[in-house]
Design a binder for this molecule. Sequence first.
Ligand SMILES: Cc1cc2nc3c(=O)[nH]c(=O)nc-3n(C[C@H](O)[C@H](O)[C@H](O)COP(=O)(O)OP(=O)(O)OC[C@H]3O[C@@H](n4cnc5c(N)ncnc54)[C@H](O)[C@@H]3O)c2cc1C
Length: 469
Amino acid sequence: MVVYKSDMKPVAIIGGGITGLTAAFNLRQRGIPVALYEGSGRVGGVIRTVRENGYLAECGPNTILETSPRIGDLIRDAGLELRQLYSDPDAEKRYLVRDKQLINLPASPLGFLTTRLFSWRAKASLLFEPFRRRAVSDQEESLADFVLRRLGHEFLDYAINPFVAGVYAGDPERLSVKHAFPKLYALEQRYGSLIKGQILGASERKRQGTVSKQNAKKISFDEGLQVLTDTLGEKLGEQVRLNHAVKRISHSTDGDGWRIDFEKDGSNVSSSHSGVLLTLPAYCLVDLEIHSQDKLVDMALLGQIEYPPVTSVVLGFRRGDVSHPLDGFGVLIPQVEKFNSLGSIFSSSLFPGRCPEGHIAFTSYVGGTRSPDLALRKPDEIISLVMEDLRVLVGLSGQPTYTHVCCYPRAIPQYNIGFGRVKARMDEIEQEASGVFLGGHFRDGISLGDSILAGYNAADRISEYLISK
Ligand SMILES: Cc1cc2nc3c(=O)[nH]c(=O)nc-3n(C[C@H](O)[C@H](O)[C@H](O)COP(=O)(O)OP(=O)(O)OC[C@H]3O[C@@H](n4cnc5c(N)ncnc54)[C@H](O)[C@@H]3O)c2cc1C
């Protein structure tokens, strides 16, 4: 174990979402002092669980995909193994909508051949995918163009479009395939074909101990995802400073490390740190003043990252009021099918304890780049729009026994075309302000798994920096 200087100033972690909490927790495990500054009155960021009337509602994310062993490490080190839940293996089916009906997404080659989701023509065209040419230009390509080039229109409309709605609440025409789906992009780069890459890449993932997102186990906790962030916050104890909104970062006057100015209870306070990790959403980062060697670091480009609004709607019903067996994870809706919502998770089929006995619960999402205005409507209107969809899709007939609506006006960052330039600017910022690090959903991937890995990676980089000083 590396021994750090006993008089080392703490590393400042700005932002108490899952990225900041993971980084702070891991740095402390390595014996590095930390102080975590969170602008709001709670840790967790977009992770928020509500328990009421016998229902458990996840306002933001619902599951962590266990794509890396480091996710299990964090849960074990936080002492949460006994509270961790894997989703019910009987709820593995994923439904997509075609012609207003739910169709099970095929999980095997035979299932693919017999599915009603794609026409025979689309299925047959896949045989030619390995022989299609790679991208010719070095310019960032949209996900839609990439899929049209390799797989054709039907796969874009009925597989990729709903999938992207489920992950980014985004638009395949604008997302950059290289940055939003780096693994998909790499399959073409390395193997020249997505199909070949899927087959050959499987053995490589096995060697590295990583799991692809579609095969990863889905994790939550007995009282929802907030159990993880609350526990990390409790373990960090006094090192977490809530209601500390950071405004300005500058070199310390003694030339050693960084000074942070923040607002607390209406007055301005400052503190000194050996290094700084910024995990705030990009739209908050642009408001930070970072002065390095008396020069203001230009953060403007980060303001170009789009965060469309998304509203989550948790609805409970009596079991008898829904005719569908709800034997799966949920349903994703292609844009061409013209529904109000992006999709719904069958929450009570995934994990136990999400609703009272004899009832079921859905978590539906509205908005994203597809229909941002719908996410900003009044809660009652949004509930009606979602129920309209559920009546057609799962045979809903009754009235809800529980409702919970939560709007994220700026929800998920879009790694759109041009993101490469923004990412390069983040590298430059770290060089211009040595000892300041950036990490989290706006740079390292948008999923919870990505954010946990971003926290670990930031802790690795910070500890290397402290050793090298
Ligand atoms: C509706 C929704 C559903 C999602 N569903 C899933 C899912 O099912 N599975 C999945 O893997 N991912 C999902 N995601 C994505 C995932 O939840 C996020 O990418 C991840 O939680 C981001 O964590 P973070 O710590 O990087 O950022 P955040 O959670 O945004 O945390 C940033 C923190 O910084 C704080 N802050 C802001 N300004 C300041 C300041 N000036 N000073 C101090 N603190 C400040 C904020 O208050 C916040 O607490 C979902 C996201 C949303 C919005």
